[in-house]
Design a protein. Structure first.
Length: 132
């Protein structure tokens, strides 16, 4: 089972062509970094899968910021995905929603762990903060 460098979508079509689709949401400051790092991350995986299935493997990256700023390659990637413009807005909304949800869950876990440590240090069972 692949645990790291796992694309969001893996397609093996009838023409024996693999398409890996990686969607990413990042901050505006990290947009250019993500644009460079994503290809590095998945090139080796695409090559390996192409060798295993004896076919061509393409990688399509869809990277945008939380406020929906996209990379300069966005238009060409959307053409390759054959996604209509109205569906793009839906993808962006869902992607943003899932990112916010993930951040909330990670933050909540981190705060709960912090409270657990605080109780141990204080030697009491008192909760410093509660979550609804």
């Amino acid at each position: 089972k692949i645990r790291k460098n796992r694309p969001d979508i893996f397609i093996l079509d009838k023409k024996n062509k693999i398409t890996l689709i990686e969607e990413g949401i990042t901050s505006q400051d990290s947009l250019q970094i993500a644009e460079i790092e994503k290809p590095k991350k998945y090139d080796l995986l695409a090559y390996g899968l192409g060798s295993i299935y004896k076919c061509r493997a393409d990688i399509i990256y869809y990277v945008m910021t939380c406020n929906r700023i996209v990379t300069k390659y966005n238009k060409s990637n959307l053409k390759r995905l054959e996604i209509p413009h109205n569906l793009e807005a839906c993808i962006q909304s869902i992607g943003t929603e899932k990112t916010v949800e993930t951040i909330f869950i990670e933050r909540r876990r981190g705060l709960e762990e912090h409270h657990y440590v605080s109780r141990d240090v204080l030697g009491t069972n008192t909760t410093l903060k509660t979550f609804e």
